[in-house]
Design a binder for this molecule. Structure first.
Ligand code: UD1
Ligand code: CA
Length: 463
């Protein structure tokens, strides 16, 4: 096994401009299901044991190379002279010891690992010069057509532009993924001549192999729809839909209930535990982890967050936050980045939290805001309560101790600390720290006994 792996390399072609995308972003960096087209291809290659392929960059090379980071080696094709030239550039970064080199396109993200594996197996089995992937399409327009020889292998590939009427009627297309005999490939690439339009076609290698007396084997894709290359925003959306369906089905096979796959969008990067239940119209994005038995949706949007076991997120938005077990969120709550919500909390209607930690068992109901707050356990945050955390220049922290009771419509003017077990009255504006167990009321909030004493004194002495 390992001997075969060290003898196998891969080249991913990604230097083309992708004109039909009409985009400032290089085509292979467009995302579907939360990952770039190129990342999807690199994921599949990693899945067949090719951890560090060579990506041929050109158009938008800086951006593409930055996105690749350490995931792959890169080789720059300065001028896009065609796919044969691109492979020649890529081969420059492939060690001589490599026996088989897999070549694929960076814009074909749906190709399954099984197709790559079959091509590698076919190449290793009978030592053909090329094993290439084909697919049967009802409309083959735009693709290179595979013409078969008498042995059932490929005799040649004819590009659309060079095809006559009879060839155009052929519906077996060249997918653009191949496993090559690497030493043969190095030599044969020197013999490819430019087309009338000045392009060097990789597909010319098929006829060259046959002329060399070498076989060209064909591996038919199980499902032609998996082989599509993205050329414009329409094929991008079609690929997105197909990828999302595949992801959702994968979760269902793993024991997640997805009530309505058609209205559920889950990025490729999301993890979901067993027996979680995803209700309709739910979007799960980025580095999100949903624990077992959680119930998400309907109408939930969770991005880059961790949701604990048995927690329910209902019609709410959760971003870059952590939510512990058995929490109830929503409907209509918004957890902004940096929210850390403890076990069994209740976050209610129109509650917003940002950069705040809530201890276990705390409740925050009805249109309230906690920003830059450290909230203890079993705190009750009354309706309409707000941390006034911004003084126009800087953000300040609010600290609320365990078991405190924040009365409805309390304004907490930060920086401020409300002690353990303290109480604030309805409508109080808390501008000074409140000691543990104290009760404050009014505007500005004062300890209730001071305020009572003041009220019982003669009017003239009141301050
Ligand atoms: C190519 C194939 C065609 C096949 C189709 C499948 C050739 C000549 N034709 O056609 O048989 O049916 O793919 O989608 O190979 N690229 C470079 N450098 C270049 C030119 C292209 O890196 O100089 C890259 C592109 O970024 C792209 C890939 O190669 O990822 C394919 O190039 P493209 O121009 O899209 O080829 P097609 O016309 O689609
Ligand atoms: Ca293409």
């Amino acid at each position: 096994m390992s001997a075969q792996l060290t003898a196998t390399a891969a080249i991913v072609l990604a230097a083309g401009q992708g004109t039909r995308m009409r985009s400032r972003l290089p085509k292979v960096l467009h995302p579907i299901a939360g990952r770039s087209l190129l990342d999807h291809v690199l994921d599949v290659l990693a899945g067949v044991g090719i951890a560090r392929p060579v990506v041929v960059t050109g158009h938008g090379a800086e951006l593409v190379e930055e996105a690749i980071a350490t995931r792959a080696a890169t080789a720059r094709q300065a001028i896009q002279r065609g796919t044969a030239d691109a492979v020649r550039v890529g081969l420059g970064a492939v060690p001589r010891v490599v026996r088989t080199v897999l070549v694929t396109m960076g814009d074909a993200p749906l190709q399954p690992a099984s197709l790559f594996r079959s091509l590698l197996d076919e190449r290793e089995a009978g030592d053909p010069a090329i094993a290439l992937a084909s697919a049967h399409l009802t409309d083959a327009t735009g693709y290179g057509r595979v013409l078969r020889g008498t042995d059932g292998g490929a005799a040649s590939i004819v590009e659309e532009a060079d095809a006559d009427e009879i060839t155009r009627a052929v519906n077996e297309i060249n997918v653009g993924t191949y496993a090559f005999d690497a030493p043969w490939l190095r030599d044969a690439l020197n013999r490819v001549t430019a087309s009338a339009a000045g392009e060097q076609y990789l597909t010319d290698l098929v006829a060259l192999a046959v002329a060399d007396g070498r076989a060209v084997r064909i591996v038919e894709a199980d499902d032609a729809a998996d082989t599509i290359g993205i050329n414009d925003r329409l094929t991008l959306a079609a690929a997105e839909e197909r990828m999302r369906r595949r992801i959702v089905e994968g979760h269902m096979r793993n024991g997640v209930t997805i009530v309505d796959p058609g209205t559920t969008r889950i990025d490729a990067t999301v993890e979901i535990g067993q027996d979680a239940r995803i209700e309709p119209w739910t979007i799960l994005e980025g580095a999100t982890v949903i624990a077992e038995d959680a119930m998400i949706g309907p109408n939930a949007h969770v991005r880059d967050s961790r949701i604990g076991p048995r927690t329910r997120v209902w019609a709410s938005v959760v971003e870059e936050s952590a939510v512990a077990e058995e929490v109830q969120i929503g409907p209509f709550a918004h957890l902004r980045p940096g929210s850390d919500v403890g076990a069994r909390c209740r976050i209610g209607n129109f509650a917003e939290i940002k950069q705040s930690r809530l201890g276990a068992g705390t409740q925050q109901h009805h249109f309230s805001y906690l920003g830059d707050a450290e909230v203890g356990e079993n705190v009750n945050v009354g309706a309409g309560s707000v941390t006034a955390n911004f003084d126009g220049t800087a953000k300040h922290r609010t600290v609320i101790g365990d078991g405190a009771s924040i009365g409805v419509d309390t304004m907490m003017v930060a920086p401020v600390t409300i002690g353990r077990g303290a109480t604030t009255g309805a409508g109080s504006v808390v501008t000074r720290d409140v000691g543990p167990g104290k009760k404050v009321v009014g505007v500005p909030a004062r300890p209730i006994e001071l305020r009572r004493r003041a009220q019982s004194e003669p009017a003239g002495r009141q301050k």
